[in-house]
Design a protein around this ligand. Structure first.
Ligand SMILES: C[S@@+](CC[C@H](N)C(=O)[O-])C[C@H]1O[C@@H](n2cnc3c(N)ncnc32)[C@H](O)[C@@H]1O
Ligand SMILES: Nc1nc2[nH]cc(C(=O)O)c2c(=O)[nH]1
Ligand code: SF4
Ligand SMILES: [Mg+2]
Length: 221
């Protein structure tokens, strides 16, 4: 069973898959505690907020409500809702708190491609063909060895930044781990003008890529 915070169909707004119609599966629970996290409603798994899966679908506003769901429940729901997107983004919360192998495998059998959004603070349990976006949470809770293996598995890195020290800590992580993936995205934290300027300047200097959270600019989920 997976703990589901919400399920919705939208356009992927971040990194390489930006613009791709996607079904988002947001799992409940994250112990990392990033101060600027835009999904704090997923952090705790409080029994008071346990609801049915139906209630988590296309919530009208962010909430701490969550539901238990099996893989069949999730795939059946995608079909019942008539979703046409064939790309499933598994995010959270921290999705790698869960073993995602059976979920992704069954999604592949059902004709979907899969992508995981993860902080790299838990072991990544997912099939080879799942696209893994690692947004490394440096100096946060979670082991160094886990972060190194996450960096090795990553298909792309997406790093939220607001200050030069966030760029410096990413460079230091590349040095320490000896892993420097080909696709490196900087994502301004919370659409702040200063963060966006820094991200643009740094991408130009380092030949990295810019990821703005497109969905927030156009007012979709
Ligand atoms: C909410 S997290 C969930 C997945 C996973 N826990 C992680 O951190 O990658 C999804 C993505 O949003 C990014 N993010 C969260 N809050 C943000 C904010 N305020 N501004 C920009 N990016 C943010 C995260 O770094 C991550 O890349
Ligand atoms: N449209 C859209 N794209 C996204 N890419 C990553 C998201 C996330 O919250 O993980 C996200 C999200 O919440 N909405
Ligand atoms: S790891 Fe992801 S979900 Fe957890 S607090 Fe940080 S940004 Fe939020
Ligand atoms: Mg989001």
């Amino acid at each position: 069973m997976y703990k589901v915070n919400e399920i919705f169909e939208t356009i992927q707004g971040e990194a390489s898959f930006t613009g791709v119609p996607s079904i988002f599966l947001r799992l409940q629970g994250c112990p990392v505690g990033c101060a600027w996290c835009d999904t704090k409603q997923t952090w705790e798994t409080n029994g008071t907020y346990l609801v049915t899966l139906g209630e988590t679908v296309e919530k009208k506003a962010d909430s701490e409500k969550w539901a238990n769901a099996s893989i069949d429940d999730i795939i059946n729901l995608f079909k019942e809702r008539g979703y046409l997107a064939k790309h499933v983004v598994i995010t959270g919360g921290e999705p790698c708190m869960y073993d995602l192998v059976p979920l992704c495998e069954q999604l592949h059998v059902a004709g979907y491609t899969t992508q995981i959004e993860t902080s790299g603070t838990f072991e990544i349990l997912a099939p080879e063909s799942t696209w893994v976006t690692v947004s490394p949470k440096i100096n946060m809770r979670g082991g160094y060895d886990v972060l190194t293996s996450a960096m090795q598995r990553a298909n792309e890195i997406k790093h939220p930044i607001a200050m030069q020290k966030h760029v410096d800590e990413l460079e230091a992580l590349f040095e320490q781990t000896g892993v420097r993936p080909e696709l490196i995205y900087l994502q301004p934290i919370s659409q702040k003008a200063k963060a966006t300027k820094l991200a643009i300047e740094t991408c130009l200097k380092k030949n990295w890529r810019l990821s703005v959270q497109v969905h927030k600019y156009i007012g979709i989920n």
